[in-house]
Ligand binder design. Structure first.
Ligand code: FAD
Length: 333
């Protein structure tokens, strides 16, 4: 570890020719850390014909963009991306590197950690910084999700973390922001790379699009039984929302796993999230707490879900939800 390590980097992942949403979210989180540490924030862009994308990174908070634009980086492969990131990291010695916890983000982050002999905290849901000791505080659920662990990398640099999509917030883009673009070369030949991409075949899309939903009605074990859980579907149908479920509702087989919200399900950020008969366990709230507006219905006034809710209704969901359905039907008629 040396004193010369300075600056925060975000690996700017390119998916289908555009910057991945999680990379923009990480620029938002990185901006806050960079301001606290008083260092520049950089986006790192690797790919083919991607130089123009630097124009997206600066408005979202980057002070600098490091680019390697090379045909061998056309599709993601570990070897050339590792060579490119490794080269840049050795040349410019950043203090912290953040990656989206996407399949490619996880792959490159673990390869870089091995290459640079440094630590990596995977799948974080919170980031902070100890300013005095210049330590990244990377938090993630641990021990079966029962506690939040904050992990430090005290002896090696760069400090690195992968962060789940949708848990951080992107900044409002500022088109007037100015930044510096630095281009480097890779000098790696196609013949040196052992992996060839012959074809990319897209898998079937998800049957449930919770991630993109504006309104989600989520039902928990407090609905009591499968029949009462139908009220969740009815409310969602009435207001044109998607249906979510807690893990306990999924385990009770009231709803399928692709509707599960939380640590082992989807992370969602709708405009409105109804949490009905949901206790608010941390493994659930990590997946929905960034929703714009949260309305919770629970018969227990001390249920933890009320700690993250914007509005709370203390009452029996089996009585409250039919009243809501009727009211919305009349309102929307
Ligand atoms: P409960 O905890 O049983 O809560 C039911 C709530 O309903 C209570 O607050 C109760 O007061 C209320 N209630 C009861 N009757 C009524 C009524 N008639 N009207 C109104 N309210 C009522 N959970 C997830 O959701 N998503 C995950 O991804 C997830 N991943 C996990 C990963 C791990 C490793 C572990 C260990 C756990 C995970 N869990 C997850 C489980 C999580 O810890 C909780 O057990 C789960 O979220 C609880 O579900 P629930 O709120 O539906 O049920």
């Amino acid at each position: 570890m040396s004193e010369e390590h300075r600056g925060i980097w975000v690996f700017a992942e390119v998916i289908d020719g555009a910057i991945a949403g999680v990379s923009l979210e990480l620029l938002g989180a990185g901006r806050e850390l960079a301001d606290k540490l008083d260092v520049p924030l950089a986006g790192v862009l690797l790919g083919e014909n991607i130089t123009h994308l630097s124009e997206q990174l600066i408005p979202y908070g980057a002070d600098e963009v490091y680019i390697i634009d090379d045909p061998v980086l056309k599709d993601y492969r570990t070897e050339p991306f590792l060579a490119g990131m490794g080269k840049l990291a050795r040349m410019y010695v950043p203090e912290i590197i953040l990656y989206g916890a996407t399949p490619n983000g996880k792959d490159i982050a673990s390869a870089i950690a091995t290459d640079l002999k440094t630590g990596l905290t995977a799948d974080c849901t919170m980031l902070g910084v100890d300013i005095e000791n210049r330590l990244l505080e990377a938090s993630r659920p641990a021990f079966g999700g029962n506690i939040m662990a904050t992990i430090l990398c005290k002896k090696h640099r760069p400090q690195m973390a992968t962060v789940r999509p949708k848990v951080m917030k992107a900044l409002q883009p500022d088109p007037a922001r100015k930044g510096m673009v630095l281009k480097e070369k890779l000098e790696m030949k196609e013949a040196e790379i052992r992996t060839k991409v012959l074809e990319i075949i897209k898998g079937p899309g998800k049957s449930v699009d919770l991630e993109g939903a504006d309104v989600i009605v989520c039902g928990g074990k407090g609905m009591g039984d499968e029949q009462a859980f139908q009220l969740i579907h009815q409310l969602a149908d009435t207001i044109g929302a998607s249906v979510g479920g807690t893990r306990d509702a999924v385990e009770a087989r009231w709803i399928s796993h692709d509707h599960q919200v939380g640590q082992t399900g989807e992370t969602v950020t709708p405009k409105i999230y109804f949490a009905i008969g949901v206790s608010g366990a941390i493994q659930h709230t990590v997946g929905m707490k960034n929703s714009e507006l949260i309305i919770a219905i629970n018969k227990d006034p001390d249920a933890p879900i009320f700690d993250v809710a914007t509005y709370g209704i203390v009452g029996d969901a089996r009585e409250t939800v039919p009243v809501m359905i009727k009211a919305f039907e009349e309102l929307l008629r």
